[in-house]
Ligand binder design. Structure first.
Ligand code: GRF
Length: 200
């Protein structure tokens, strides 16, 4: 399966996918990496792996819609079977979802529906939960509200700060992403309401 991965930061989730794709038995190939900003480590990771990259910065476009169309067209150029948002810090819009809705997954560092948005680990820590985790879902128009494909629980330790908690979550998140994207790529999947069914 052809994967296009969108990133906004360090790209450790991307790196886990790149490493997994090196094994032909994994059944997927990262054919391009896109970002909403330049100069991030995620793009360096793609370049190191010889994967084509593209960048579309919101300020370079006349409107959010124009940016959304540009991102969708850049993704479409690589003919993805599945789009993976891995630490991508922008909401994709109607134009993007028109083309890739139902075959775009996003990983979120919290147990949805708890703690949606930009600060999952911080919000979980501040709330005082003892267990948080990560969620892989099929992107819908909402903020982290799509149908859930997989989740992993991660304990919060008493001495945690946001960084230590997020790092522990990211360890689980990388494993969840590699395992689940691989199954979706090899076995196929379909979304039925709030359920995502793996296997053809
Ligand atoms: C991940 O935890 C992702 O879920 C969140 O930000 C982090 C990105 O990490 N949105 P990386 O860029 O994959 O290292």
């Amino acid at each position: 399966a052809r994967l296009v991965v969108l990133v906004s930061g360090s790209g450790t989730n991307l790196q886990a996918l790149l490493d997994a794709c090196a094994d032909p038995a994994y059944g997927a190939e990262v054919v391009a990496v896109g970002a909403d900003r330049a100069g991030i480590e995620g793009l360096v990771r793609a370049e190191r792996a010889g994967v084509p990259t593209f960048v579309h910065r919101l300020p370079d476009h006349d409107s959010r819609e124009a940016w959304d169309v540009a991102i969708a067209e850049a993704v479409a150029a690589h003919r993805p079977d599945l789009v993976v948002l891995a630490g991508f810090m922008k909401l994709v819009g109607a134009a993007f979802l028109e083309r890739f809705g139902g075959r775009t997954v996003n990983t979120h560092p919290a147990l949805s529906p708890s703690f949606p948005g930009m600060h999952g680990p911080r919000d979980a820590l501040e709330y005082g939960v003892k267990v948080t985790g990560c969620t892989l879902f099929v992107v819908d128009p909402g903020v982290d509200t799509g149908a859930i494909v997989a989740q992993t629980a991660v304990p919060v330790e008493p001495e945690d700060d946001v960084d230590s908690l997020h790092e522990r979550i990211k360890t689980a998140e990388r494993a969840m992403l590699v395992e689940t994207v691989g199954r979706m790529a090899r076995e196929g999947f379909r979304v039925e309401g709030r359920r995502v069914l793996l296997g053809r």
